[in-house]
Design a protein around this ligand. Structure first.
Ligand SMILES: *Cc1c(COP(=O)(O)O)cnc(C)c1O
Length: 401
């Protein structure tokens, strides 16, 4: 099959909100994707940190097939077994008490913001509370999520935002302290900033934010939609910092391809925020999505997915560092676990050009921020996959000189 007719048909009818690469993906297996012409790609993007288990995981596929034959939707007026199972497994995995299932990451952030505002409203019966978010953050494209996204370019044309949001500098505790007031109801941040350029939070920064939140009864919302679900080397990245959020948002890998997200709350926040009538969703938590969540979490445990992350991530880091040493146009490497970035000197080489030539060499990568090539492989990769990736990337880098 030629890909061009598919591309032409799509472009004729889809709203043009993405500049897509001219590739029609057809199927995947393990850490590999195949386009409609049969060309093979090594995937170090995972559909943006979604396909944690790799493609065509038999156990996952079988569970979904079986669920499709039973029931895919009930509405939230009723219970289903997958809903109960997913809720129990996800709260256990996150170490939090209650969960609300959504259809996307942005929708999870919306719910987190509403829960935080309701918590503050219950406390003092006023409605002008403020949220502190971070510069260069990304939380999604809906109005609440966009309002806490620290990138003016995404927000500008769509003003006014929800209001009462202030932006602090990530990893600069003084800039957070300077914004805190009697009206602050929540601080929201990504434990590892993803879209902004792969910046892990500093340990001191996060610990001090937790302390401030405890002292002032401010809710800490951690957005782990990208860095969560094992990618960091722990189920959620915050677990490596010795702190817990009051509200956690998760999505992307939580369904491994089925569109699902969630926000989770500790008991204190859950008991003093959203009640029946405050929040809802038609699809959220449906049996198909929850079947995916439950099966993913079971496979994570039984297949030792996080052990593999901790086994392979240091090797990936080491090999990327070697590239940074070898090429003068690569300024360095950073990240956590299997969420990593190579930082480019954009006067010399553009990350977007590297991604394009990698694709032609059969390697799927994406960029982050203005100067980063981002690595988000399926969590099942081996060292041999890393070696193959480095080989393809090296070829792509040599084409830039
Ligand atoms: C992708 C992402 C979102 C938005 O998720 P969608 O499912 O695209 O709405 C929010 N926060 C972070 C950190 C993300 O990486």
């Amino acid at each position: 099959m030629s890909m061009q007719p598919v591309i032409d048909k799509a472009e004729a009818h889809l709203l043009h909100t993405y500049n897509r690469y001219p590739i029609v993906f057809d199927h995947g297996d393990g850490v590999r994707l195949y386009d409609a012409d049969g060309k093979e790609y090594l995937d170090f993007c995972s559909g943006i940190a979604v396909y944690a288990l790799g493609y065509n995981n038999k156990r996952y596929n079988d569970a979904l097939h079986a669920q499709i034959d039973k029931l895919t939707h009930t509405s939230n007026y009723y219970y289903s077994l997958p809903l109960a199972e997913a809720a129990a497994l996800l709260t256990e995995a996150a170490g939090l008490d209650k969960v609300f299932f959504t259809n996307s990451g942005a929708e999870a952030v919306e719910g987190a913001i509403k829960a935080a505002r309701k918590y503050a409203y219950n406390r003092d019966k006023t409605t002008d509370h403020e949220i502190i978010a971070m510069e260069h953050s990304f939380h999604g494209r809906t109005f609440g999520a966009l309002s806490v996204t620290g990138n003016a370019h995404y927000r500008e044309a769509f003003e006014p935002m929800i209001g009462n949001v202030k932006f602090a500098k990530f990893n600069d505790i003084d800039s957070v302290k300077a914004l805190i007031g009697d009206k602050t109801c929540a601080i929201i941040l990504e434990t590892v900033q993803g879209e902004g350029g792969i910046y892990p939070a500093d340990r001191d920064f996060l610990t001090q934010i937790r302390q401030i939140c405890d002292e002032k009864d401010i809710l800490l919302i951690l957005d782990e939609i990208q860095c969560g679900m094992g990618r960091s080397g722990s189920m959620y990245a915050f677990m490596q910092y010795g702190i817990k959020p009051d509200i956690l948002t998760t999505a992307k890998a939580v369904g491994c391809g089925v569109p699902v997200g969630a926000f989770l709350l500790n008991e204190k926040t859950a008991a003093n925020s959203l009640v029946p009538g405050d929040h809802g969703t038609t699809y959220g938590g449906n049996p198909l999505a929850c079947c995916a969540v439950a099966e993913v979490l079971k496979i994570f445990k039984e297949d030792g997915i996080i052990d593999n992350v901790n086994d392979v991530a240091p090797y990936l880091q080491q090999e990327l560092s070697k590239l940074a040493d070898k090429y003068d146009f690569i300024k360095g490497e950073r990240g956590l676990g299997l969420m990593r970035g190579l930082i480019f000197d954009t006067d010399k080489v553009k990350p977007g050009d590297v991604v394009k030539s990698a694709l032609s060499n059969g390697l799927v990568l994406i960029t982050a921020g203005a100067d980063v090539v981002r690595f988000l492989p399926p969590l099942i990769i081996s060292r041999a996959d890393v070696d193959e990736m480095i080989e393809k990337l090296t070829l792509s880098l040599s084409e830039q000189i």
